[in-house]
Design a protein around this ligand. Structure first.
Ligand code: PLP
Length: 352
């Protein structure tokens, strides 16, 4: 009976999955929030919701996470859904979307499902982004600027200013912002930046709950989409439960716990590999020794009992990225991460 996306493979400590450690999913606190929400809102918790999302959650997100006001906040079924909705509203099939390189690989499919063409750019190089945007009349730039997937890196404040100054619409996919392990990361603050937030990493991916922060006119356009008009606010019952989870203090308490725990995960993996550690998020982008190819290494690593996602997966042009692998430190506990790192090190040495 298949229930979850994760597939266990006997004998493999898999560093490929960007999933939470199961023991860190807040089942008890979520049950309390569900019960309180049903008691507080009664039938209103179970009927069709207000199109841009229920006010208690929009207000909480706007104040604590999203910036802007509630009128700039639209509740989605997660960041992936937010990207699909924005692409539907901001593009037509055949349009070009610039994508940072390397970047979150599953975004490619979300974008191409809607018929847009992908053009890789390097978001750190605003001149290149501006040139490409003009040449191809790009609809927007897609970027994961904070503790990026796969690199773990963040754009600096000057890099953000330079990009925002281009005037091009920027869709920042920002699910890792809250998971910082030293200090809060820099943010964009520009009208042409549209943000995708998510509770997938901070609370639970199974909730499929997130938000878009954008200008009020864009929020109105989203709320008028046929799909939203027909079914009402997206994921309404879960959104109201989240409003309760947040208002009770459970959200902040849980995220503080996650920072401590995932910091320890990161330290276990980076320490065992002897590499630099990212300041937040869930991923370590490991540079392989010269001449070692990520895809060829995968089969060898699996024979040694570990796995990862090879770098080319995160590039539009899959001939790029073969010198890196993405290692996720979220899904396995520290002792397993140390063991997996040892297996990977042996696998790499065996092909050098
Ligand atoms: C950059 C990025 N965007 C979006 C997602 C998916 O977010 P959600 O579960 O909210 O759709 C992920 C998850 O791996 C991610 O890393």
């Amino acid at each position: 009976m298949t229930i979850v996306q994760f597939e266990h493979r006997d004998g493999i400590l898999d560093l490929g999955w960007g999933h939470p450690l199961p023991a860190l999913l807040p089942t008890g606190a979520w049950a309390v929030a569900s019960e309180t929400s049903l008691r507080t809102y009664g039938w209103k918790a179970l009927t069709y919701g207000h199109e841009p999302g229920p006010a208690p959650l929009r207000e909480w997100i706007a104040f604590h996470l999203g910036g802007g006001g509630a009128e700039q906040t639209f509740v989605t079924a997660g960041a992936s859904h937010g990207l699909a909705l924005l692409t539907q509203v901001l593009t037509r099939p055949g349009d070009t979307v610039l994508v940072d390189s390397p970047t979150y690989h599953y975004a490619f499919r979300i974008l191409t499902d809607l018929g847009v063409r992908l053009l890789p750019v390097r978001a750190e190089d605003a001149d290149e982004v501006g040139r490409r945007a003009r040449e191809h009349r790009a609809a927007f730039l897609y970027v994961v600027p904070t503790f990026g997937n796969p690199t773990g890196r963040s754009l600096t404040l000057p890099q953000r200013h330079a990009l925002a100054g281009l005037g091009l619409p920027i869709v920042e996919d920002d699910p890792y912002r809250e998971l910082y392990y030293t200090s809060p990361p820099p943010s964009f603050s520009a009208a042409n930046v549209i943000s995708l937030g998510s509770f997938a990493k901070t609370v639970a991916p199974g909730l499929r709950l997130g938000w878009i922060t954008a200008a009020p006119e864009l929020i109105t356009r989203l709320a008028r989409l046929g799909y939203v008009h027909s079914g009402g606010g997206v994921n309404h019952t879960t959104a109201l439960t989240m409003a309760e989870f947040c208002a009770s203090g459970a959200y902040h308490e849980h995220v503080a716990l996650l920072r401590d725990r995932y910091r320890a995960h990161r330290d276990a993996l980076a320490g065992a590999l002897g590499t630099d550690a990212p300041d937040g998020g869930w991923f370590l982008w490991l540079r392989l020794p010269a001449g070692v190819d990520a895809e060829a290494l995968l089969a060898v690593a699996e024979r040694h009992g570990t796995s990862f996602v090879p770098g080319p997966a995160f590039h539009v042009d899959r001939r790029d990225g073969s010198g890196h692998v993405r290692l996720s430190f979220s899904h396995l506990p520290p002792a397993d991460l140390t063991e997996a790192a040892g297996r990977l090190t042996v696998a790499i040495r065996s092909v050098c």
